[in-house]
Design a protein around this ligand. Structure first.
Ligand code: ATP
Length: 253
């Protein structure tokens, strides 16, 4: 069984000026169970849109997306129990609450009882290196600490599939490396990971398989781990082709 199976997935948005914007166009993607799949592409490529659909927070226009065999639309409740979501940046944490309070909120959202939640929160704070800061407000945290708390939040329900959308954005190199170590550990535990990143070296360090997209369309799938130093030349080559094609069709590049 695959962790994530995306088939001919399309998502359009109607903008405020009534223009139809195609964020994803007939995208296919397979993430084998227990693997790390890197989804790469420039700004506006459609990565977050795909993550949001796989996370059940956005409906596809057409096509299907299955998490461990469960359709994200027809079986959204089951899917939500199987996934953990980590979005980069400042979204998703309550800054005025402490780390513990944030995690307690998410534990209650996942139906954990008080005692189980207390144990889970302690375990996660310890694991993510935040045990000594658990009673401090999130607004006092550095970005790296917030990202670790995001990951703790994503792990509350012990998910089988983690959806990490730019999880190391804005982190310093040492924090980012530590964070990558955590992702490797999670994979060793048998979890599957969908990772979006603009850091090609990060993708090379972590990914078993790769999909490159641009303007909502697949550019290339790699079904083996990319060797160090290979992604950047391929990425630039593929993107220069689509930029030229877009320019020749008079598209905004
Ligand atoms: N709610 C929305 N309404 C209109 N257009 C949207 C909406 N959400 C996304 N889009 C458009 O869909 C396209 C894909 O956006 P998406 O956020 O998925 O890209 P991305 O690859 O995650 O980019 P980035 O690397 O900048 O995060 C963009 O053109 C974006 O403007």
């Amino acid at each position: 069984m695959t962790a994530l199976h995306v088939d001919a997935l399309t998502r359009s948005f109607i903008t405020q000026t009534s223009v139809t914007r195609v964020a994803l166009s007939a995208v296919d993607l397979i993430l084998p169970r227990g693997g790390v799949h890197a989804l790469l592409g420039p700004n506006g490529a459609g990565k977050t849109t795909l993550c949001r659909i796989a996370s059940t927070v956005l409906l596809p226009t057409s096509g299907t997306c299955e998490v461990l065999g469960h359709d994200v639309v027809a079986d959204a409740r089951t899917v939500r129990r199987l996934i953990g979501i980590v979005f980069g940046g400042d979204r998703g944490l309550y800054e005025r609450l402490t780390a513990e309070e944030n995690l307690r909120f998410w534990c209650s959202m996942h139906g954990l009882r008080r005692r189980a939640a207390t144990a889970r929160i302690a375990e996660l704070l310890e694991r993510l290196g935040l045990a000594s800061r658990g009673t401090e407000r999130v607004e006092t945290f550095s970005r790296g600490m917030k990202q670790r708390l995001h990951l703790a939040r994503g792990l509350v329900a012990d998910p089988q599939l983690l959806i990490l959308d730019e999880p190391t954005v804005g982190m310093d190199p040492i924090s980012a490396r530590e964070f990558r170590g955590l992702i490797t550990e999670l994979r060793q535990e048998g979890r599957s990971v969908l990772l979006t990143t603009h850091d090609l070296a990060e993708a090379e360090a972590l990914a078993d398989t790769v999909t490159m997209i641009d303007r909502g369309s697949i550019l290339r799938h790699l079904d083996a781990p990319p060797a160090a130093g290979t992604l950047e030349p391929l990425y630039f080559e593929l993107l220069s082709r689509t930029s030229e094609a877009g320019a020749s069709r008079g598209m905004e590049v």
